[in-house]
Design a protein around this ligand. Structure first.
Ligand code: PMP
Ligand code: GLU
Length: 397
């Protein structure tokens, strides 16, 4: 029997796959250091936990409108006004089962067979697969290391064809941590305007910004940018709520309605209890966010210094998110225990076997000579993980 040819071409999420494998090894008693998935190690703040318990007790355990409850849409509009200087009304908001579902919904809402979506390379693993699932075609624009792998005007322009429908932007970026300046966002907005393209702006890491100026949403640059942008955000990272599965999107009523139509037939509403918890996350005390971000910055600084202190590995200093891309070029071609390291997948697999450290191969993000390390774990775990990684490369250099 031939199953779906389309799904047959979809790779599973490598970030989730490796993390699950490493967690299983750990549960079986292996001393594994997991620097894999981007999942903050902090507990969800107590005020948010309590709001969920109250929601259950109050009987908020039924279906809600498919696109989410009105109170939460209002809170999301207030958040956009407060943090991003963006004015949305509730009819321009959809709440979904994670930002991942928002991204899936938006591609289904806007793409027809063969429509192209430009994505920056390296890219987060799910973008190409979600585009393909919606019959679209991912078009990769490679960034250069000296420009933190960000879009550059010339290469972005060159990638546009009559089939281009949208440009995907992810700032702060997973996996590079790069943050776009206002000027860089302006050239992207101009290109989108000139070619009448939709901008999908994934801003899920907006709070993980280690510089002095706030992240800018491209939608806030002009009325035109506002009208053509769908902003994606969520609470998984900012409030350490990965398992609660709430994300949200804002954009034109027309696109949001299409997204809602898709969602109403697939998952229907996102979890009702989690929606009430997120109401507290957005409206309540925000102090936990700053405390968490401060620790992330210390972790980043430690790793960058350690990785660049040897002559085998190297990395850039990311401005945001909680990932480090480590250049493993000098390890490619080495033979380790009879196995040749041909790419980052081989490197990660040998590192896991030999030193019991789980990191994600850059191949999953479209770059073979890098691995991605997540520092959403304790400093103690990071120190042990880095020690093992350096031991591994020094042994086999
Ligand atoms: N966008 C990016 C760039 C991500 O790294 C993730 C990872 N979780 C998501 C979206 C989706 O997040 P969630 O579904 O947990 O809201
Ligand atoms: N987005 C996180 C990561 O890149 C979580 C896993 C996933 O959803 O891909 O590690």
């Amino acid at each position: 029997m031939i199953l779906s040819k389309k799904v047959g071409k979809i790779a599973p999420s490598i970030t989730l796959e490796i993390t699950a494998k490493a967690k299983k090894m750990k549960a079986e008693g292996t001393d594994v250091i997991i620097l894999a998935a981007g999942e903050p190690d902090f507990n969800t703040p107590l005020n948010i936990q309590n709001a969920a318990i109250e929601a259950i007790k109050n009987g908020y355990t039924k279906y809600t409108p498919a696109s989410g409850i009105d109170e939460l849409k209002t809170a999301i509009c207030n958040k956009f006004k407060r943090d991003n200087n963006l004015n949305y009304s509730s009819s321009q908001i959809i709440i979904s089962t994670g930002a991942k579902q928002c991204i899936s919904n938006v591609f289904q809402a806007i793409l027809n067979q063969g429509d192209e979506v430009i994505i920056p390379k390296p890219y987060w693993v799910s973008y190409p697969e979600l585009i393909k699932l919606s019959d679209g075609v991912p078009v990769y624009v490679s960034g250069s290391r000296k420009n933190d792998f960000k879009y550059e005007e010339g290469t972005l322009r060159k990638a546009i064809t009559p089939e281009t429908k949208a440009i995907l932007l992810n700032s702060p970026n997973n996996p590079t941590g790069a943050i776009y300046s206002k000027e860089e966002l302006s050239f992207i907005a101009n290109i989108a305007k000139e070619n009448d393209l939709i901008i999908i702006s994934d801003e899920i890491y907006e709070n993980f910004n280690y510089g002095n100026s706030k992240c800018t949403s491209i939608a806030s640059l002009s009325e035109d940018a506002y009208n053509r942008t769908v902003v994606i955000n969520g609470v998984s990272k900012t409030y350490s709520m990965t398992g609660w599965r709430i994300g949200y999107a804002a954009g034109s009523e027309k696109i949001i309605n299409f997204m809602n139509n898709v969602q109403s037939h697939t998952t229907a509403n996102p979890n009702s209890i989690a929606q009430y918890a997120v109401l507290e996350a957005l409206n309540g005390d925000q102090s936990s966010v700053g405390l968490m971000v401060k620790q992330f910055k210390d972790r980043r600084d430690y790793i960058v210094e350690e990785i660049n202190s040897n002559n085998i590995l190297s990395c850039l200093k990311p401005s945001g998110a909680f990932y480090i891309m480590i250049d493993i070029s000098k390890m490619l071609g080495k033979v380790i225990n009879g196995n040749r390291v041909n790419n980052s997948i081989d490197f990660c697999s040998l590192l896991l076997d030999e030193e019991k450290v789980a990191v994600i191969p850059g191949d999953g993000f479209g770059v073979s000579n890098y691995v991605r390390l997540s520092y959403a774990v304790s400093m103690e775990t990071i120190k042990e993980g880095i020690k093992r990684i350096l031991n591994f490369v020094q042994k086999y250099q």
